[in-house]
Unconditional design. Structure first.
Length: 210
């Protein structure tokens, strides 16, 4: 009786132990299952958050790259505009410098041409003045020579006429002397008078030449 009870107690205890172990196993499995579900949920949530983070980072990276590209394009455009303006200003400055140089060369060329023209005109005027003066001098000398020759010719004609008259007077005087019984007058006086006339003509000619 006591042994049977002991066996029954053992069986009951064993059954209870097995039931407790089974229940514990079920609880453990349930807990494991719940923990696994929780872990799966955490993993899924982590993956989702990671994906969302990746997407956010990707979007932010794309936005940053776009902003950087926009800033780069803007900076390049501004640089190109500055370079274009600088090139335009340089071209304008070169054009102005070239125009100023051309104007300076033109002014210098015109001044040189005017100077040459003035020199040529002055030279031409001087040559004309000299030529006119020379022609006038030659004309004056020619007129003076003509006047001197005219005076000389008139003097010679007057001297010849005076000589003729003197000879006629001498002839008449000699005839009268012969008629009255005097000697004939020497002819030396007439020669002397001819020399005086020639000397006066020569002096007049020399004064005209001087």
């Amino acid at each position: 009786m006591a042994e049977r009870e002991v066996q029954e107690i053992k069986r009951t205890a064993k059954r209870e132990a097995e039931e407790m172990r089974a229940e514990a196993m079920r609880d453990l499995e349930q807990e494991i299952k719940e923990r696994k579900a929780y872990l799966d949920e955490l993993r899924e949530r982590a993956d989702k958050e990671h994906t969302e983070l990746e997407q956010s980072l990707s979007a932010k990276r794309e936005q940053a790259e776009k902003e950087l590209a926009d800033r780069h394009d803007k900076a390049v455009k501004q640089t190109q505009e500055l370079v274009a303006k600088a090139e335009a200003r340089r071209a304008e400055a070169n054009a102005q410098a070239k125009a100023a140089e051309e104007r300076a060369e033109k002014v210098a060329r015109e001044a040189d041409e005017q100077a040459k023209a003035l020199v040529a005109n002055a030279k031409q005027n001087a040559e004309q003045v000299v030529s006119n003066a020379k022609a006038k001098a030659e004309s004056t000398v020619s007129e003076a020579k003509d006047e001197a020759n005219k005076i000389k010719t008139e003097a010679q004609q007057e001297a010849a006429e005076w000589q003729r008259q003197a000879e006629s007077a001498k002839t008449t005087l000699n005839q009268l002397k012969n008629m009255l019984g005097f000697e004939a007058a020497p002819a030396v006086e007439a020669k002397k008078d001819d020399d005086v006339v020639d000397a006066e003509v020569v002096e007049d000619d020399e004064s005209v030449k001087n």
